[in-house]
Structure formats: C-alpha cells, structure tokens
Design a protein around this ligand. Structure first.
Ligand code: 5RP
Length: 218
C-alpha cells in the first residue's frame, strides 16, 4: 500500500471516533483532506464543525457542511488532525501546511485529539522534519537570529503567508530531545506567534496506518 492509500485508510478509521451530533474540530493537510472526504461519504451531521484552515473550510463547505467560527463555539468533543512527525510519547511537529497556530488553538479547545498518520511520521526523536515557526513579519530576522542561538538553521518559507497574515520560518537541524522545554523557549521569543511543537497539546489517540494495510491504535 502506498502513502496515499495509507492516508485514506487511516482517515476512514477515524470515523469510529465521530458520532452524529458532535461538536467537531477538523485540522488540515492531505490526510485530513481524506478524512473530510470520508465524512462526506458517511453523511455524518454535526452540532457544530470548526476548522483550523481556510482550505479545510472550503472543502467542507463544498460538501454542504456549515462551518462555524471557533469564537461562537464552546468546547469541541473531538479534534481530528494529522502531523509531520510524532515521537513515542505522542509529542508532535506540525505546521508543514503552515496552519500550526489555528491547529494548536483548535486542539486546545477539544476534549480529545485524534491524530491520524501513516507510519512514515513516526520518529524516535523530533527534528528531522524542519520545525515550522509562525512569526509576525517585522520580527522575522530577529526571531531567526534567536533560533540560530538555539542551534537551529532557520529558513524563511518565502511566498507563504499564513491564514493569520504571518510568515513561517522552518528550522532545520534541531534535535528535539526536550519538546516541552523547546516549545516554551521558542514561544517566549518576542515576535513568535506559535511554533510547531505540540508537546503540551499532544495527541490523546494516535491512529497509524501501515503499508501492510493494518491500522494501529495507541
Ligand atoms: C498542517 C499540518 C498537517 O497536519 C501536517 O503537515 C501533515 O500533513 P499531511 O497529512 O499532508 O502529511 O500540520 O499545518
């Protein structure tokens, strides 16, 4: 089974965590796009549905779903999203699609974070995937210099503007052995909006699809 097939498989598996009438949060990315397709095919209806990206909103609306503003919704029952890397303690790197800030906020509102991945996302130590950091545009150079002091090699994702109007620095060559600590340290740099380490907002349930066609629940 190739990676796209694994994504479709695990997206369908996530439907076991969803019920009619729930308040649902939907993340972003290609695995989540498969999940959105699966929702549409299952014809599930929700009390409220909110998303972490304009792209996911557009896809849901195209299927006839009404998408609410998070400010108008209370607690979410479940948040479903993918990730770029995950370690054995379920801490993650997210933000490959530049939606990390809205993803972290939406995940924080949810009672349960169901993470859907294929086996390629599993790593012993986070950091092989460059860590996305969302910055306010005028702080880009300053934040980059601070990230160099932390041992990283930040590269500006030129041409990309987040849904919040900000920019992304991708930090290469970090070996993230203490995700909690680094998440906090980077968030404390003035000009950083969010970084893509999800240690505090780690996943509650991880569904992992394997090339063999199996799905592991952890
Ligand atoms: C977007 C994300 C995505 O969850 C992450 O990039 C995984 O994407 P994909 O499912 O396409 O591999 O964090 O900001």
């Amino acid at each position: 089974m190739d990676q796209n097939a694994m994504k479709a498989l695990v997206a369908k598996e996530a439907l076991h965590y969803i019920e009619d009438g729930m308040t649902l949060g939907v993340g972003s990315g290609s695995t989540v796009n498969c999940f959105i397709e699966a929702l549409g095919a299952a014809r599930l209806q929700f009390a409220e549905i909110v998303t972490a990206s304009e792209e996911s909103t557009r896809r849901l609306q195209a299927l006839g779903y009404r998408v609410s503003d998070l400010n108008a919704v209370g607690r979410l029952d479940v948040y479903v999203d993918g990730c770029d890397e995950i370690n054995p303690l379920k801490a993650m790197i997210k933000g490959g699609g530049a939606a990390l800030t809205r993803e972290k906020v939406t995940a924080a509102c949810a009672a349960k974070f169901v993470c859907i991945i294929d086996e390629t996302k599993q790593v012993p130590v986070l950091g092989r995937f460059p860590l996305p950091v969302e910055v306010v545009p005028m702080a880009r150079s300053f934040v980059a210099r601070e990230l160099v002091k932390l041992g990283g090699e930040p590269r500006w994702r030129e041409g990309v503007v987040t849904d919040n109007g900000n920019w992304i620095l991708d930090v290469h060559h970090l070996e993230i052995t203490e995700p909690f600590k680094l998440e906090e340290t980077i968030n404390n740099i003035p000009g950083v909006v969010t970084n893509g380490i999800f240690a505090r907002q780690s996943a509650d349930v991880v569904l992992t699809a394997y090339a063999s066609g199996k799905v592991k629940i952890s």
